[in-house]
Design a protein around this ligand. Sequence first.
Ligand code: COA
Length: 324
Amino acid sequence: MYNSKIAAFEKYVPDNIVTNDDLSKVVDTSDEWISTRTGIKQRRISKCENTAELCFNSAKRLLDKTGLSPLDIDMIITATITSDYMTPSVACIVQGRLGAENAVCFDLSAACSGFVYALSTADKFIKSGACRNVIVIGGETLSKILDWNDRATCVLFGDGAGSALVTLSDEKMILAEDLHSDGVKFESLSAGYVPVKNPFYNEKFDENSFYMQMNGREIFNFAVKKVPESILAVSGKVNVSLSEVKYIVPHQANSRIVESIAKKLKISMDKFYLNLDKFGNTSAASIPIALCEMEEKGLIKKDDKIIITGFGGGLTWGSMLFKM
Ligand code: COA
């Protein structure tokens, strides 16, 4: 049996910083409303880079940091809901630009849980003996699927990419995972509807269904119920108590959601790493961007136990417990 470990993180975000005050010139909102309801202060909004460009830059930095050759990479998985094209995948575009010609490449669609799902997938390919080095990327250009007239959604999201190198390991470092989906509730959070349109049929559809549609209250309640259960499930599977876990890195959607999760679990907010004030909700990119920032700040040390937990469209949710 082979084991895998997460060897390094990187990130790449667009330069363009959009503050809450900037947004109040676009829609009827205020810094006060956005800050108090969500904790978000600013986000990055792409001016020219699409998802593959953000993901390529993050993956390139990862190779530069680790010193691996592009030819050492066996697989690239991109978690995204905002790919440049329906085909090719973002992962294939990244592969071509990196020159990672030995890599098998595909995208994975699990919205804001995408990075956790993709890490789990990489872990399985390494455990089976099929791969040694996998690049896992979470990357989004959510700004292109937002209705910029809808103040209830456009203030919440941002653009960016984060990546991780998952490699073969002597020791078991990915300790446990807990993944779930609930398609019955798919309409609570949706985007990018493409109607059936051909010479034989022309579907009637709501023009707004291309843009992010969200029942905010329902998503809030879903996250506050399911995420604590998932955190307890993942730690319970390997008998690791939450006091032994150095950090919980949640999907960066809303600080009030995280406060409710902390309260339910009766643990301090200090255990949760948050950077949503700077980047907003970047969907699949939010967890790897946070992990990269933590690595840059020297917050993650060897042997630290970390839980990551994602939740979002699908509905999907899931957690992973790993050792650095
Ligand atoms: N600025 C100012 N006012 C706004 C606003 C904005 N950006 N967006 C909505 N409002 C208004 C509404 O129109 C409403 O006004 P009304 O009372 O006059 O009708 C009022 O604020 C309350 O709206 P509501 O939607 O009930 O607010 P809320 O307390 O539920 O907060 C969210 C909204 C989106 C912040 C909250 O539901 C949430 O965080 N949900 C989870 C969303 C999420 O994280 N999604 C991604 C998960 S992956």
